[in-house]
Design a binder for this molecule. Structure first.
Ligand SMILES: Nc1nc2c(c(=O)[nH]1)N=C([C@H](O)[C@H](O)COP(=O)(O)OP(=O)(O)OP(=O)(O)O)CN2
Ligand SMILES: [Zn+2]
Length: 124
């Protein structure tokens, strides 16, 4: 049986979008409480009842949170253009080597605005 498991985490961070027009509010320094959803896909081991322990997932995610939480995102290598799209890709690429079952990375910048990053094998 194939399933997807999901772990959510959040972090607070500041950013500026210098790629926006001069007049745009997002060029000014501001912050968000980002909500991230990490979705992993795998075949359930019938003996164990799952394919990946939620606890192991948390262990892989925690170092990413440390890098992002209460930081100015523009200063982080690879996040010079810190849109939700670019942050989602950055988190995905940090996690994937540690978490081969990672399938989808969702990032909510506000309760209403979010992105989903889910590259297929052919995109790699
Ligand atoms: N496609 C994208 N569009 C925008 C992004 C982005 O990352 N990807 N980012 C921004 C700014 O970061 C902006 O701060 C987003 O927040 P905000 O302006 O508060 O958004 P809303 O007012 O639409 O939020 P509500 O949830 O409706 O209150 C802009 N665009
Ligand atoms: Zn913003």
């Amino acid at each position: 049986m194939k399933t997807r498991i999901i772990r959510k985490f959040s972090f607070d961070a500041a950013h500026q979008l210098f790629t926006m027009p001069e007049w745009h509010k997002c060029r000014r320094m501001h912050g968000h409480t980002y909500l991230c959803e990490v979705v992993c896909e795998g075949e359930v081991d019938p003996e164990v009842g799952f394919f990946l322990d939620y606890g192991d997932l948390k262990t892989k995610i925690d170092p990413i949170v440390q890098q992002l939480d209460h930081h100015y995102l523009n200063d982080i290598p690879g996040l010079q253009v810190p849109t939700a799209e670019m942050i989602a890709k950055w988190i995905y690429e940090k996690l994937k080597p540690e978490l081969p079952s990672l399938a989808i990375l969702r990032l909510w910048e506000t309760p209403n605005n979010g992105v989903e990053y889910a590259p297929s094998a052919s995109d790699a």
